[in-house]
Ligand binder design. Structure first.
Ligand code: HEM
Length: 155
């Protein structure tokens, strides 16, 4: 059982680091640079956003499955019980995860719109700004998730 616990813990951390770390890279490096260089509508820039969608979904499902395993293997977890701070933080993390999942679903749709409007600068720019807004909301949910996890560890 120890192996399952540690493998789940490792894959849980790696999956949320790939997911939110990738979004932070897009938000503070790739998108500002490609926009500043006038390359935000380029095949490479849009192709990278499309390809990263796949990583988001594989990370999201891995984080969910390993999170459920960690939850079910924890002696501190009781069904429908939110009396302890650990249980409250777990609930906060699950709400943050659901919101991040919802924003990621919307983000995937927006990437589709960006691909459709690649040759229409004004329409593309509107979708690009929507994309930036959505990934920033997702990153915020990730920060709530990490802070909740830190609280769960020390308490
Ligand atoms: C926003 C998404 C999430 C982030 C950023 C996140 C992050 C983390 C991190 C960094 C840890 C610490 C791992 C360690 O102790 O080595 C952790 C542990 C854990 N996570 Fe998540 N997680 C997320 C979503 C979830 C979800 C959706 C669940 C449950 C369905 C979950 C359940 C757990 C549990 C039970 C632990 C172990 C806590 C303990 O040992 O006290 N996590 N998480």
């Amino acid at each position: 059982m120890d192996f399952v616990l540690w493998a789940s813990r490792l894959m849980h951390v790696v999956s949320v680091v790939v997911w939110f770390g990738g979004l932070i890279f897009l938000n503070v490096v790739m998108l500002p640079v490609s926009h500043h260089e006038g390359e935000s509508r380029s095949k490479a820039a849009v192709g990278a956003l499309h390809r990263f969608n796949g990583f988001v979904w594989s990370s999201l499902w891995t984080a969910l499955i390993t999170g459920l395993l960690l939850m079910l293997l924890s002696p501190r977890f009781l069904w429908f019980e939110y009396s302890t701070l650990w249980q409250k933080l777990l609930a906060a993390k699950q709400v943050a995860f659901l919101l991040a999942g919802f924003f990621s679903w919307q983000t995937a749709k927006v990437v589709g719109r960006m691909e459709e409007t690649q040759n229409e600068p004004d329409a593309y720019e509107r979708w690009r700004l929507t994309y930036v807004r959505l990934i920033r909301r997702t990153i915020f949910c990730g920060i709530v998730g990490f802070l909740s996890a830190a609280g769960m560890e020390v308490l």
